[in-house]
Design a binder for this molecule. Structure first.
Ligand code: CA
Length: 219
């Protein structure tokens, strides 16, 4: 299970809480903040999508969008605004927003847009190749040298997460968080155990131990 992390930036508490509850019921993992300053900090958590209110107590929400794009990140952003004037919409979209929703909106509409924007942003590749291996996302299988290799569900998810983050040091905590899910926290030794098991099934050089931190995937 790999959760999609949403960052919800909205200062009106009833709207924020209503949206958060609804999005969590959709299976998303939601971090919610109410100020521009908190939103800027929350970007460090690398959300998969940002829902962004424009009028925040400490500034203009579009600053978050600008900061994201200025740092080269293409994280999808849906802008919320009480203002529905056409020029506002243009400003949001020209600033690199992926969609623009005018308040008041129906929760169901926003949820549909979140799904649509995520789908557009990430056309899922059917296969992730590396070395002499290939992960088939449709069949959820690992193939090595053209032969199927038996992997468990967690091994598959772990390997997929690592393979999608090549060359980057991924901490055990991040793996627990993103692969296992925060509500089912096993210990960090669980990660090590699964990595050891995977190494027996792959060229072990693909998963490099970074001592004291975690692992780095080398395609
Ligand atoms: Ca507001």
């Amino acid at each position: 299970m790999i959760e999609t992390k949403l960052l919800l930036v909205e200062d009106e508490k009833p709207i924020r809480e209503g949206l958060r509850d609804r999005l969590e019921r959709e299976g998303f993992r939601v971090a919610d903040v109410g100020t521009l300053a908190e939103a800027m900090t929350a970007l460090d958590g690398n959300p998969d999508l940002v829902i962004l209110d424009r009028r925040l107590p400490d500034g203009e929400g579009l600053e978050v969008l600008r900061a994201l794009r200025a740092s080269g990140r293409s994280t999808p952003v849906i802008v919320l605004s009480a203002r529905g004037m056409p020029e506002d919409r243009v400003e949001g979209l020209e600033g690199g927003a992926d969609d623009y929703v005018t308040k008041p909106f129906h929760l169901r509409e926003l949820v549909a847009r979140v799904h649509a924007v995520l789908k557009r942003a990430e056309p899922e590749p059917a296969r992730v190749p590396f070395g002499d291996c290939e992960l088939d996302l449709g069949a959820r299988t690992l193939r090595r040298g053209g032969r199927d290799v038996a992997v468990t569900k967690m091994e598959f998810d772990l390997l997929l997460y690592l393979a999608r983050n090549p060359g980057r040091v991924v901490s055990r905590t991040e793996l627990l968080d993103r692969v296992w899910g925060y509500d089912r926290y096993p210990t960090t030794r669980t990660v090590d155990f699964h990595v050891q098991s995977l190494r027996k099934k792959l060229d072990p050089r693909h998963i490099v131990t970074v001592h004291g931190v975690g692992y780095r995937f080398e395609p």
